[in-house]
Design a protein around this ligand. Structure first.
Ligand SMILES: *[C@@H]1O[C@H](CO)[C@@H](O)[C@H](O)[C@H]1NC(C)=O
Ligand SMILES: *[C@@H]1O[C@H](CO)[C@@H](O)[C@H](O)[C@H]1NC(C)=O
Ligand SMILES: *[C@@H]1O[C@H](CO)[C@@H](O)[C@H](O)[C@H]1NC(C)=O
Ligand SMILES: *[C@@H]1O[C@H](CO)[C@@H](O)[C@H](O)[C@H]1NC(C)=O
Ligand SMILES: *[C@@H]1O[C@H](CO)[C@@H](O)[C@H](O)[C@H]1NC(C)=O
Ligand SMILES: *[C@@H]1O[C@H](CO)[C@@H](O)[C@H](O)[C@H]1NC(C)=O
Length: 506
């Protein structure tokens, strides 16, 4: 539908959306139910003329991408003292994008659905009418979100990797879904991380726990990782990036049982410099970039400093992967400090999840807005602190938050109910989608200064020079806010309590 406001020549192209089929689980919130034949979706409308804006809104109260339009008012300049003001002269980081992880658990769950429901689930994440995800994290072998621990070569002492082989988890579950995601969005970039080397390469001879890579296997393990790139490459799935390994620091903590391999940063630097870096760059996957760290904030600074004392390791490293699990307790200012210290290395958030199973029932699908708020505030904080991408953990879990062989169950934005051939899009799905759907890769964060209301906001300029503003009213009362763009004038918006808004205009 072409909708025109005031004058025939100033129009907004409004695409037809399919509304959310709400279901109430009695937990102060609803999910949107999808099945093989039905799933809510929202094609993005297009502003055809300067001076108009489109707003999409979701809220605790049940709005899901509710679309409204309006105009900038020239006569209202300059900005209100407590309004938000766009400053295109101040630019920050370019954006890599948004996405989630193709864990074994996610892939098992999705594959239990009928083909139509699988298609709808992947479309709801990877299509433009859905989340428009353009990043997919791919574990190399098993994680705790697998049904069993395994690697691609569990044959003791197979230093030539003669018995290296992908698992059924890859061949029957992850790879078909990744191919489908790639078909839906050819812009998707995959990036990989191993949780552990094969146990026989580790000092504690185990998949988990306090164990390091044995020195004599530094090169064998680098070969193992490049063999993974070869095997996925054979299926037409190239990796944009590979991390140096999931959570190398957490292995030193009690959480080591979740499956990770411990690295001392000094040794990790040596391994990147002498083994991983040269092995990747001499392989046909020489375009695959290396992401260092892949762990939470609190140890980021000392860990990286020790890795990057090795100049060659620093040179081989393109970006720094961080997890968001400690964000509530450790200041984001470390991100800006790291960026200043290591200019040229981009920051990307590669893992976050929120919400545990309920104690009495073990069920995770609470549908509550609280978790959506955690996602929203975390994404905004990271984006305001130089982070170039934000990648969720499991794309989909079952209602108990699994499967997970370590019983480390958590929530996910989509919960699969295979008996009913349905899946449930929780408020967290809409939280991340308010960013991922509208902020394409290559967008640049721009200045957006503001007053003191309980409204968090962040703004971007897209490669097509559109402006995208995301605002969240975390307060429990309505807020009236203004956005002032010196080129366009001013907009006044009413923001209901606990509501998120994406505003787009030329
Ligand atoms: C529902 O909201 C009430 C009041 O805000 C709160 O006390 C309760 O814990 C919430 N229940 C759930 C399951 O979130
Ligand atoms: C799928 O969902 C739609 C909308 O909620 C519903 O009308 C339809 O009956 C569902 N189909 C099945 C097989 O449950
Ligand atoms: C490879 O696997 C086969 C079958 O399990 C086994 O017989 C053989 O010894 C293995 N080779 C190596 C080098 O580990
Ligand atoms: C590996 O570690 C787990 C605990 O993390 C333990 O239960 C298991 O026995 C260990 N396996 C070996 C072979 O040591
Ligand atoms: C990277 O690998 C490709 C083959 O995949 C090769 O053609 C190219 O020369 C390599 N580039 C460098 C810089 O080694
Ligand atoms: C490493 O150094 C070379 C030569 O100075 C440079 O071309 C390359 O971009 C550097 N790599 C990274 C990841 O910084």
């Amino acid at each position: 539908m072409l909708r025109c406001i005031f004058l025939l020549i100033t129009c907004i192209y409004t695409a037809r959306s399919i509304p959310c089929a709400h279901r109430d689980f009695g937990n102060n919130g609803t999910v949107c139910v999808c099945n093989a034949t039905y799933c809510d979706s929202t094609p993005v409308s297009e502003v055809l003329d300067i001076g108009f804006y489109i707003r999409y809104s979701s809220s605790e109260n049940g709005l899901r991408f509710d679309e409204t339009h309006g105009v900038f008012r020239k006569e209202c300049s300059p900005a209100d003292a407590d309004g938000f003001q766009l400053d295109l002269g101040t630019t920050f980081q370019p954006i890599h994008g948004f996405g989630g992880a193709f864990t074994d658990a996610a892939s098992f769950n999705i594959r239990t659905l009928s083909p139509g429901a699988q298609e709808n689930l992947l479309r709801t994440y990877f299509s433009k009418e859905g989340s428009n995800y353009n990043l997919g994290r791919v574990p190399i072998g098993g994680t705790d979100f697998s049904k069993r621990p395994y690697t691609y070569d569990d044959h003791e002492g197979d230093v030539l990797l003669k018995n290296f082989s992908l698992a059924n988890e890859d061949l029957l579950y992850k790879i078909p879904l990744m191919k489908k995601a790639f078909e839906i969005n050819p812009e998707v970039k995959f990036f990989a991380a191993a949780w552990t080397a094969p146990p026989w390469m580790r000092t504690n001879h185990n998949y988990t726990g306090y164990g390091f890579l044995k020195r004599k296997y530094y090169q064998v393990y680098a070969n193992y990782l490049v063999e993974f790139l070869n095997k996925y490459g054979d299926h037409g799935l190239e990796m944009w990036a590979m991390s140096t390994g999931n959570e190398p620091y957490i292995g030193t903590q009690s959480l080591s049982n979740y499956g990770s391999m411990v690295w001392l940063p000094k040794n990790l630097g040596k391994w990147i410099a002498n083994n991983l870096g040269p092995t990747i760059s001499k392989s046909k996957h020489n375009k695959t970039v290396i992401l260092a760290y892949d762990d939470s904030r609190s140890r980021l600074d000392p860990f990286l400093n020790d890795i990057f004392k090795n100049k060659l390791a620093r040179n081989y490293t393109a970006g720094i992967a961080i997890h968001a699990y400690e964000d509530a307790t450790f200041s984001a200012s470390v991100l800006g400090e790291i960026r200043q210290k290591y200019p040229g290395k981009f920051l990307i958030m590669t893992e976050f999840s929120a919400g545990n199973p309920q104690k009495d029932t073990g069920i995770v699908a609470s549908a509550s807005w609280q978790l959506a708020e955690m996602y929203i505030l975390n994404i905004i904080e990271n984006l305001k602190n130089w982070v170039t991408g934000w990648v969720d953990w499991n794309l989909a879990l079952d209602k108990y938050g699994g499967p997970n062989w370590r019983q480390n169950f958590v929530n996910a934005p989509i919960i699969v109910n295979s008996e009913a051939d349905e899946f449930y899009k929780q408020p967290t799905y809409y939280a991340i989608t308010h960013f991922s759907k509208f902020i394409p890769p290559g967008s640049v964060r721009v200045g957006f200064v503001h007053g003191k209301k309980p409204v968090e906001a962040v703004a971007f300029k897209t490669p097509k020079n559109e402006i995208i503003v995301v605002m969240y009213n975390k307060g429990i009362a309505d807020q009236s806010v203004t956005i002032y763009d010196p080129r366009r004038g001013q907009v006044r918006l009413q923001l209901p309590p606990k509501s998120i808004h994406t505003i787009l205009y030329k």
